[in-house]
Design a protein around this ligand. Structure first.
Ligand SMILES: NC(=O)c1ccc[n+]([C@@H]2O[C@H](COP(=O)([O-])OP(=O)(O)OC[C@H]3O[C@@H](n4cnc5c(N)ncnc54)[C@H](O)[C@@H]3O)[C@@H](O)[C@H]2O)c1
Length: 244
């Protein structure tokens, strides 16, 4: 199993739940020291790797390292992403826009491309992490919103390509989850963090921000337990926010 962005809020929570289920995990993030500290697990079922998912050679290294270390790739949690600026289009630089697409779209595509043949041998599973910003538009987040819509499109396209090999490919669309990325984005609201938290929670029918463990539960189910007949789906994990 490969987990990218494993040092972040959702990646670390998912890695821990997969580890509890006895799964072998290659945990990938930009900086291996930060990654190991975030996850804090040390045994034969976990390995850590520094890699940038937007770089094709580094993505190949992720795939080969997984096979060398664990003998196969049975699932991919394609979770690494960058938020990019919270800015109106006139203040959003082309360079920043391209970087967001490089990591959040090309990275997701590269990982699927590098692992699909091996996943097909295992009748494996792919879960791509999109966002509710992949289902509805968000003001001042043009790069992130475009990228997350693209992740839903990529999920559907590759689900169809991989279906005959019994590889299920789905997207999770988290809403507001309590991770560093949420609070980074919340700075764009221009209010103190307590007020920002209240504003964010008030937009969620459940009334509270989601926990990383809630996305991890959904991811673990799709990666380990769900039938392969569930494929090509974009599943909100959002406390009802996109149902409104
Ligand atoms: N937190 C939320 O509210 C929320 C909502 C919707 C979707 N998401 C999505 O969930 C996923 C996880 O986000 P999170 O909230 O845990 O954020 P996070 O910032 O805590 O974690 C993201 C991780 O990805 C890593 N990363 C960034 N660029 C990378 C690259 N080029 N190569 C390898 N690793 C890279 C970061 O170092 C970080 O550890 C992302 O795809 C994000 O877009 C999060």
């Amino acid at each position: 199993m490969i987990v990218t962005g494993a040092g972040g809020g959702l990646g670390a929570a998912t890695t821990r739940q997969l580890h509890e289920r006895g799964v072998n995990v290659l945990a990938v993030d930009l900086d291996v020291g930060t990654l190991e500290a975030a996850i804090g697990l040390h045994d034969e079922r976990i390995a850590y790797l520094s890699a940038d998912v937007s770089n094709a050679a580094e993505v190949e290294r992720i795939a080969t390292t997984t096979v060398q270390r664990f003998g196969r790739i049975d699932a991919l949690f394609n979770n690494a992403a960058t938020h990019g600026p919270a800015a109106a289009i006139e203040d959003y630089s082309e360079e920043e826009f391209r970087r967001v697409l490089d990591v959040n779209v090309i990275g997701v595509w590269l990982l699927m491309k590098a692992t699909l043949a091996e996943l097909a041998r295992q009748k494996g599973r792919i879960v791509n992490v999109s966002s509710i910003a992949g289902l509805i538009g968000w003001k001042n987040l043009s790069g992130y919103t475009a990228a997350k819509h693209a992740v839903v499109g990529l999920t559907r396209a590759i689900a169809i390509e991989a279906a005959s090999q019994d590889v299920a490919v789905n997207a999770l669309c988290p809403g507001s989850m309590d991770t560093p990325m949420l609070w980074e984005g919340a700075k764009g609201l221009g209010v103190d963090m307590q007020t920002a938290g209240d504003m964010i929670a008030s937009a969620i029918p459940r009334g509270t921000i989601g926990t990383p463990e809630e996305v991890a539960q959904a991811a673990t189910w799709l990666l380990l337990d769900a039938p392969s007949f569930i494929t090509g789906a974009a599943i909100p994990v959002d406390g009802g926010q996109t149902a409104t």
